[in-house]
Structure formats: C-alpha cells, structure tokens
Write a protein that binds this ligand. Structure first.
Ligand code: ADP
Length: 354
C-alpha cells in the first residue's frame, strides 16, 4: 500500500470513528418476506424510500405511515458486505484501544443471527470483524504487536455458560472486577487465535456447544443471549506502551412478548429473565443518557458482562432487526420504538479504562 493512500485511509477511518464516539449508533435492518409469509399472502408494510437518509416508514394501517430515523437503514436486498462496511470503522477501533459493543436486537426470526453469525456462504459481522482485525494487525506488525483471543458465552436464565469449555464448569461462572478495573469472568476459556482459520474453528465450536443440552435448538437460542468477546492486547513496539481492549458481539434473545396465556413454568421463568435482561439493557442506556451517577449494570448478567463496553468512551452499535410482514406489525413497532429511544443517546460520563 502506498504511504499516501494509507494515510488517507487512516484519516477517513479516524473521522468516522470520531463521529461515532460517545454515542450509541443504531442501524435498522429488515429481512426479506419469508416463503411462508409470501404463501400466506402477507404483504410488506415497510417503506424504504428514505432509506439512504436513514428513514424507514411503517404502514400502520389505512393510509397512515409512521416514520423512524436511524443512522443507517438496510432493505432486504442489502447484503452482508454492505452492512459490514458500515460497522467496520467501529469494530476495528478496538485495535486502537477502544472498548466496543455491538448487539443485535429484535423479535425472533428477524435476522439477528443472520447479521451477526451469518452462514458459511454469507458470513456475518462476527467472522468479517475477526478477518479484518487480522488483516490490519498484519499490516501494522512493524509497529504494534497484537495478541487476539476470543471467548464465547451464552447467558440463559441469568446463568453464564462457557461455550468453549470442554467440560461443564463445576462452579458457577460470575462476572468479577479485576484489580486493574476491567470486568471478566474468572475461569472462562480465552482461546488465543492467530489466524482466520482458527477463528472459524472456534466460532463453530461455540455454535455447536450451544445446541448441546437443549431439545429444541432454535427455541433455546431465541431465549438466550449469545455473546462473543474479542480481547485485544497491543504493544506499541516504538514506545513500549501496552493497551488492552474488548469488543463484544452480541446476538440478543428475542425481544417478543409471549402471550400471557402461553406462559407457565419453565417458559415463564425464561420470559421473565429475558424481559429482565433486555429491560436492564434499556435502563443502563437511559442512565448513561441522563448522566446518572448510578448506572445499574449489575441488574442483569448481560449488562454486567458488557459494563466495560457500554459507557465511558467506549462505542456501541445496535442493530435493530425487523420483519417486513404485516402480521408482525406490533412487534416491529415495539422494536423500532425501543431503538429510537436508544439512538442518539450520548454515553458518559467518561470513565477510566484500562
Ligand atoms: P433471529 O436470529 O432473529 O431469530 P435468524 O437470523 O435466524 O433470526 O433469521 C431467520 C431467517 O431469516 C433465517 O432463515 C435467515 O437466513 C433469514 N434471513 C434473515 N435476515 C436475512 C436477510 N437479510 N437476507 C436473507 N435472509 C435472511
């Protein structure tokens, strides 16, 4: 790469990152109508006319339309590469020492896993992120030595499960604050990865482990949060300065409300825990927005785990995923309302980070 080009690229990235700093960005993505929806005769209620300006319109019945504004709007035809290109400056800022958090929010079946994990042919944010981190760290190897490791966790019913552990942990996994100030889960596997091939193996192992012990994989994964943590340790070879930073990539549990009559026993407990963690996430974001002196990170495992990457000078991005179908109108409006509250919120106050 020519020096001038590299400088220009850095400057462009730097400006984009500065623009994103201290805020929660919200990108809205709408999946295509499914085959079943088409065969049931459901029509699309989403209007993408203003999509390039971040506007998305929802036809709420008759001739009424409710418009929401986000930082980006992706129509069903937009691909994984388009989405990743916009998230890239944010995720790669972890190499410059920022803590970052990206999460996918929305009703089950709207594409949260598609956006984050993707498929082997159509890889999502998780894989593309690691691919780019290796690429950039390779380009910088003369000046900075990076070490990258990953952990894959699941939070289900307020319990943390290590998806990379080869045998189930005998003791309960908890979030702790280390002496240096950062939060971690003592005892979890941190797999050091050297190249993208190793990453694929680790992500597959995590994904496979998710299925173990549940009789319905899809149902289980819609009720648990799947969390990938990328830890970056950097040593500047010129100055000797060392930094450590963390990037969380989170596929949240489905945000849908279950019909009250359906919910009993185990399902009730699951539903309460999902509501608890998603509302805890909303509460943390609100507390940060109002610069409240107390941010209730500890009210759920999810927010406690994300503590270093939500608030302070960390950067966050939320994907709000929606269905285009008329029969999902209620859930779509509720997701977009939640996302609108989150958007534009300035994070703060600045906290000391390690
Ligand atoms: P969630 O994780 O929110 O429950 P999934 O990611 O499992 O939803 O998506 C549900 C289905 O829709 C999957 O079959 C997925 O492949 C498909 N899908 C989701 N988003 C898209 C998209 N943008 N383009 C094509 N197919 C999609």
């Amino acid at each position: 790469i020519k020096y001038g080009e590299e400088l220009a690229r850095r400057k462009r990235l730097y400006n984009q990152v500065q623009e994103m700093k201290g805020n929660i960005r919200v990108f809205c993505r709408c999946r295509p109508l499914s085959k079943q929806e088409v065969s049931s005769g459901y029509s699309t209620i989403v209007d993408f006319e203003g999509a390039k300006d971040g506007d998305i319109g929802i036809l709420t019945g008759g001739s009424t339309k409710k418009t929401f504004k986000f930082d980006r709007v992706y129509a069903p035809r937009d691909g994984q590469g388009d989405v990743y290109a916009d998230a890239s400056p944010l995720v790669t800022s972890v190499l410059d020492g920022y803590n970052v958090c990206i999460f996918a929010y929305g009703q089950t079946g709207t594409g949260k896993t598609f956006t984050m994990e993707g498929t082997e042919q159509n890889r999502g944010v998780n894989y593309r992120t690691l691919e780019e981190l290796f690429k950039i760290s390779g380009e910088r190897k003369e000046t900075i030595s990076y070490s990258i490791s990953v952990s894959v966790l699941e939070v289900y019913n307020e319990q943390i499960r290590d998806l990379l552990a080869t045998s189930p942990s005998s003791k309960k996994l908890e979030v702790r604050q280390a002496a240096e100030g950062f939060h971690h889960v003592p005892g979890i596997v941190e797999a050091k990865v050297e190249n993208i091939k190793e990453v694929w193996d680790v992500l597959q192992a995590g994904s496979n482990a998710r299925a173990v012990g549940s009789n319905n994989v899809n149902e289980h994964s819609s009720r648990s949060h799947c969390m990938l943590c990328i830890m970056v340790r950097a040593k500047n070879l010129m100055s000797g300065e060392c930094t450590r930073s963390k990037l969380w990539l989170v596929d949240l549990a489905g945000s849908e409300r279950l019909a009250k009559t359906d919910v009993q026993g185990e399902r009730l407990k699951e539903a309460q825990n999902i509501n608890r963690s998603l509302s805890a996430l909303g509460d943390v974001i609100s507390a940060l927005a109002t610069k409240s002196s107390h941010v209730p990170y500890r009210n759920s495992k999810l927010t406690h785990l994300l503590q270093d990457s939500l608030g302070g000078d960390s950067k966050a991005l939320m994907f709000v995923q929606i269905s285009p179908s008329e029969n999902d109108l209620g859930e779509t409006l509720s997701s977009l309302n939640f996302a609108s509250r989150v958007r534009g919120i300035e994070l703060g106050p600045a906290k000391k980070q390690i």
